[in-house]
Design a protein around this ligand. Structure first.
Ligand code: ADP
Length: 248
């Protein structure tokens, strides 16, 4: 069924740390172009799941495929990044002493493997790509500003822009709106909605107003496996989900 092309397929993934099962038969399917939110209490296994997808942690058991054919369990982190999976950690990491434009330029050069040639001039096509990403992340007016002078929200958008320069098919984002103002949070939801379709996004987030604004399917993790999945309103009314959140 071409309307449901799968971009990420996890089947019965298990990961143990010293006998403790951080992931326990976790199965998850993400369709191409989807915008999926992952929620769940602390310790549910959200970070470990991201680590398995990006090759940082190798599962003890289970299958993990990117698209139909790419077996993630047989690849290392750089190979997986190169295959088209971009990850953003919670804290922004930008080159503070470079301008916004230069940060995007550097991100593209890192991708092309010409990172050493910082003074290598970009061609017109590359400059157009930087301009397009600047517009997407709404930092066109801040292009010449030092990244270190940006607000927290703007730094987060810049880092997302840096990921976009690498043209990932799948973006993994860890609590992207933590520490953002309400307005920045709304703008981030708009950005993600605009990226879905062309990209697939998996977003770990605690902010339920943000998850609601994303509007996609929600997966609830608990004790290393999927507890519930569906529309936010439905999973929020699921008695098992309520118990997990209120029972602590
Ligand atoms: P979440 O991101 O949902 O808060 P994590 O994936 O970080 O959950 O953690 C799941 C469980 O695995 C937690 O109980 C955590 O303490 C444990 N854990 C995670 N990473 C390690 C590790 N490297 N060594 C030992 N235990 C770990």
């Amino acid at each position: 069924d071409l309307t449901h092309k799968v971009i990420l397929y996890l089947e019965n993934i298990s990961v143990s740390f010293d006998g403790f099962r951080a992931l326990n038969d976790l199965s998850l399917t993400i369709d191409a172009g989807e915008l999926r939110a992952i929620i769940g209490p602390n310790g549910a296994g959200k970070t470990t799941m991201m680590d398995v997808i990006t090759g940082k942690t190798r599962p003890d058991a289970g299958k993990a495929f990117f698209g139909q054919t790419i077996d993630l369990t047989r690849m290392n982190e750089p190979q997986i990044a190169h295959a088209g999976i971009g990850r953003k950690f919670q804290k922004p990491t930008v080159f503070e002493n470079h301008t916004v434009f230069e940060n995007l330029e550097l991100a593209m050069k890192m991708n092309k493997g010409v990172f050493t040639s910082l003074f290598f001039q970009l061609g017109d096509e590359a400059r157009d790509r930087v301009a397009a990403v600047l517009q997407r992340i709404r930092l066109t007016d801040a292009a010449d500003r030092q990244a270190g002078l940006l607000s927290h929200g703007q730094k987060q958008w810049l880092e997302i822009g840096m990921l976009l320069m690498q043209e990932p098919k799948l973006l993994l984002l860890d609590e992207p709106v933590a520490g953002m103002t309400d307005e920045e949070t709304e703008r981030t939801a708009e950005l993600f909605v605009s990226l879905a379709g062309k990209h697939s996004l998996v977003v770990v987030e605690h902010d339920m107003a943000f998850v609601e604004a994303l509007g996609g399917q929600v997966t609830v993790l608990h004790e290393g496996s999927v507890l519930a999945e569906g529309e936010l309103a439905d999973v929020q009314n699921d008695p098992r989900v309520i118990e997990v959140y209120l029972g602590r």
